[in-house]
Design a protein around this ligand. Structure first.
Ligand code: ADP
Length: 326
């Protein structure tokens, strides 16, 4: 009922009378009053006026279950939501829930991650109240070899969502990061569970620095946030909604051909290191080359100094700029 009340309050500019709410939900005035108080506890400023009723006057950046539920309006991505104040890693939780039968499109969100991860177990800084730490569960009927393309689909979705919401132009650092002014604003971590020869589930984790103003010393020169770049704070729930919308759109394009065929041009336009010198860091061999863009599988075409062309597979390697992080 709390979620329903919130939805009604958000949809109306005017006051909604306590009586109307009582009748709608078939409960007492006290029950309504309690639900409204609980919403106030979550951070909503709700004006209560005798003989008029209730009205939302303002609300800050909130990402509770109720806020997400009443904000996200997609067909399937983010329709089922699990919200936590704190968790070790949303990817871990998502994998667990996927095993337990959570549906395709289930979204796991946490305000804090105590053990947020990047690729190869690298740490992902996920402090409270400032970022989006979320994981989308997918159960698509696709080939195992195509799973890593979902990282690219998500990268496009996040960059588009950030742009739509804030006007900030994120560039993609192949394959899984979004950067602004050479600093990382978002990281994506895709993991999958395979059984025999088919995909059980794929989890796509997304970390976005939204209102972060301070980073630990070691990240200062390589991390940034929307607040630092845009000079103001943003509502995380609003951005989550837009990421889900754009993901749904991009996923539909991808799934038609199970390839990135129709997204190559768009992706390459956003690619930060296109035509730039990059270093490919595989476990055993490091070589330099010029990045030329992705192909329909999401592999990065790198032209080595001796002219040899290599397609680098997204699942395994990192690419670094020669003179800095990007
Ligand atoms: P890389 O970008 O080096 O290939 P990952 O994609 O695995 O690595 O991301 C993990 C790295 O991202 C960490 O080693 C750290 O340098 C950086 N990092 C960690 N937390 C954040 C954050 N909140 N914002 C930006 N960068 C971060």
């Amino acid at each position: 009922m709390k979620t329903e009340i919130l939805k009604l309050l958000k949809e109306t500019d005017d006051y909604i009378s306590g009586q109307e709410l009582c009748e709608k939900f078939g409960v007492s005035r006290t029950a309504i009053w309690k639900a409204v108080n609980a919403l106030k506890e979550e951070g909503y400023e709700i004006d209560a006026v005798k003989n008029k009723g209730y009205k939302i006057v303002a609300y800050p950046d909130i990402i509770t279950f109720n806020e997400l539920k009443t904000t996200i309006d997609t067909k399937w991505a983010g329709r089922d939501i699990y919200y936590y104040d704190t968790i070790d890693s949303t990817n871990n939780k998502a994998k667990f829930l996927a095993e337990e039968g959570a549906a395709n499109g289930t979204l796991v969100v946490s305000d804090i991650q105590t053990g947020g991860r990047g690729r190869r177990g690298r740490k992902w800084e996920s402090p409270s109240g400032t970022g989006i730490w979320m994981t989308l569960i997918l159960k698509p009927e696709i080939e195992i070899a195509n799973a890593s393309m979902l990282t690219i689909v998500m990268a496009i979705a996040v960059a588009d969502a950030i742009k739509e919401y804030s006007g900030l132009e994120g560039m993609i650092k192949w394959p899984n990061d979004i950067v602004i002014n050479g600093k990382k604003i978002c990281g994506i971590l895709t993991e999958m569970s395979i059984e025999m020869d088919h995909i059980n589930h794929i989890v796509v984790g997304v970390g976005i620095n939204v209102n972060t103003r301070n980073f630990p010393k070691e990240l200062e020169d390589r991390a940034t946030s929307m607040a630092l770049e845009g000079g103001k704070n943003y509502k995380r729930a609003q951005l989550i909604k837009l990421v889900m919308q754009h993901f749904e759109e991009e996923f539909e394009v991808f799934i038609k051909t199970q390839s990135l065929k129709d997204q190559i041009t768009k992706y390459n336009q956003m690619l930060v290191n296109v035509d730039e010198q990059v270093m490919v860091c595989e476990p055993n061999c490091e070589y330099k080359g010029t990045a030329r863009g992705i192909n329909e599988k999401g592999e990065l075409l790198v032209e080595k100094e001796n002219g040899e062309k290599v397609y680098v597979y997204a699942g395994e390697v990192s690419v670094r700029g020669i003179y800095g992080y990007v």
